[in-house]
Design a protein around this ligand. Structure first.
Ligand SMILES: NC(=O)c1ccc[n+]([C@@H]2O[C@H](COP(=O)([O-])OP(=O)(O)OC[C@H]3O[C@@H](n4cnc5c(N)ncnc54)[C@H](O)[C@@H]3O)[C@@H](O)[C@H]2O)c1
Length: 289
């Protein structure tokens, strides 16, 4: 399989576009791309933070530019693609990473909660695919990666909306990968499914939720728990290395992921609800791969 990383372009002229890259996992992905000599487009809803991030990367010697982009809006993602092509002439790697978290019992979830999470986490990925895939197909090369989550493979109580969005992303990327392997072998895809990663996702998501007049419950416990997770730089490096190796599944917590999926398959065989003993099956210092 030919991936973005094995095309004829040299490492110095390859270009990565990363959404939700002002911080967290998106910045970890950007740092790994920069370390590999790629030029990077930092896109984020938060234009000020994205600008500061690109400036900091440039100070470290990177060729980085920032663009404001709200992935919920197809026209903004099309505009991002056009601006990146205008500036950099090509796109080799697209990481559809922007996302929000929400911890809340289903019975308390509002219409706004459902709409906002699906708009950012699912429509954001769909908009990215719709905008960038034709460009990659026209080039005959490139790689599309979406950041789902371990929550796209196994469910947890309190995460129904988040689980729904991330299961959708996994399904979309798996189907897309099968199609491309059949119809466009120069283009490859992957899906990143991390367990806990130490980012500011709770605070950033609470800000977006507050802007829409809603809020999560239990966010503080989750923030404490994520703080014990992998570093975003580690996740970014593992993901980019996996893409270079031609992997579809980018699994920063491989043993945890496989053991939880085995429990899920066992539950399928028994036709029972998969319900781990503890509320948070990822607890217990399992943030390390
Ligand atoms: N932190 C974790 O433990 C973890 C685990 C698995 C998956 N993830 C996923 O990783 C991705 C990155 O999350 P993170 O943990 O780095 O959190 P983060 O909050 O640091 O990064 C998410 C970024 O997305 C941006 N964003 C939010 N809404 C947007 C929009 N509408 N348009 C464009 N940008 C938008 C935010 O401003 C933020 O910079 C998300 O998709 C998240 O669901 C996170």
């Amino acid at each position: 399989m030919v991936t973005a990383m094995t095309t004829s372009s040299t490492s110095a002229d390859r270009v990565a576009v990363i959404t939700g890259a002002a911080g967290g996992i998106g910045l970890g992905l950007a740092r790994a791309c920069v370390a590999d000599g790629m030029r990077v487009a930092i896109a984020d809803l938060d234009a000020a933070r994205a600008g500061e991030t690109a400036k900091a990367l440039r100070a470290e010697g990177a060729n980085a530019e920032a663009w404001a982009c709200d992935v919920r809006h197809p026209a903004e993602v099309d505009r991002l693609r056009d601006l990146v092509l205008e500036k950099f002439d090509r796109v080799d790697l697209v990481c559809l990473n922007a996302g929000l978290g929400l911890v809340k019992p289903v019975a308390e979830c509002t219409e706004v909660d459902w709409r906002l999470l699906f708009d950012v986490n699912v429509n954001g990925v769909i908009n990215g695919i719709r905008s960038f895939l034709p460009t990659l197909i026209a080039q005959g090369s490139g790689h599309l990666s979406a950041t789902a989550s371990l929550s796209g493979l196994v469910a947890d109580p309190g995460l129904a909306i988040y689980n729904g969005t991330k299961f959708a992303v996994v399904g979309i990327m798996e189907s897309l990968g099968m199609e491309l392997r059949r119809d466009h072998q120069g283009i490859s895809v992957s899906v990143l499914c991390p367990g806990p990663v130490a980012t500011d996702i709770v605070a950033n998501s609470n800000k977006s939720l507050a802007d829409e007049g809603t809020a999560m419950t239990g966010g503080e416990d989750v923030a404490d728990y994520l703080a014990r997770g992998l570093s975003p730089d580690t996740v970014g490096r593992l993901a980019i290395d996996g893409i270079k190796a031609g992997d579809f599944w980018l699994l920063p917590h491989p043993e945890l992921t496989v053991s939880l999926l085995e429990e899920r398959v066992a539950a399928l065989r028994l036709r029972r609800l998969y319900a781990p003993d503890q509320d948070w099956p990822l607890q217990g210092g399992q943030g390390q791969p």
